[in-house]
Each structure stands twice: as structure tokens, then as C-alpha cells.
Design a protein around this ligand. Structure first.
Ligand code: CA
Length: 90
């Protein structure tokens, strides 16, 4: 658990390259390098762009740490729902 949280934070920090937020290019790279196993359409630039716009609460064209956490929350949520479905099937 602790290592997962550390990974989440260090992945964001290394992806922003010292900036406060992820711009389009670094967001795309971060998704493709880290989340292609968990997310669909990670090889589609337009799908990633749509995803970025969906996360961009303050519409500044960048993904802040808080907005990134929303993505993680969304992925964790869908993962837990998948697990629940698998458990109820068996
Ligand atoms: Ca934003």
C-alpha cells in the first residue's frame, strides 16, 4: 500500500519534469508508459486527449496533481467493480 502511494506520487513528479502540472505531451507519455495494461485506447492520441479534457476540472489544458488523483480514483474504482463482478460470478 505504501509503495503504491509512493509510486503514484513519484510517477506524477517524474512525468511533470519539475513543473506543477502535466501538459498534453507529458500526460500522454505518462499514460502510455504506465497505464497501457489497465486502460483501453492508450495508443490513440485522440482518446488520450479526450481523457485529459475530461480530467481537466479547471480547464487550463493541463492535468494537475489533484486531477491526476481523480484519474487514479476512477481507475481504482473501476478495478474494484471488476473484482466485485468476478467474485459474484464464482
Ligand atoms: Ca487542469
Amino acid at each position: 500500500m505504501e509503495s503504491a502511494i509512493k509510486t503514484m506520487v513519484t510517477t506524477f513528479l517524474s512525468s511533470t519534469k519539475g513543473k506543477e502540472s502535466l501538459d498534453s505531451q507529458s500526460f500522454q507519455k505518462m499514460i502510455q508508459n504506465n497505464l497501457s495494461g489497465m486502460m483501453e485506447d492508450t495508443d490513440s492520441k485522440s482518446a488520450i486527449k479526450d481523457m485529459q479534457q475530461g480530467l481537466d476540472d479547471n480547464s487550463d489544458g493541463k492535468v494537475s496533481f489533484q486531477e491526476y488523483l481523480n484519474l487514479i480514483g476512477y481507475l481504482a474504482n473501476s478495478l474494484s467493480q471488476k473484482k466485485c463482478e468476478q467474485n459474484s460470478d464464482s
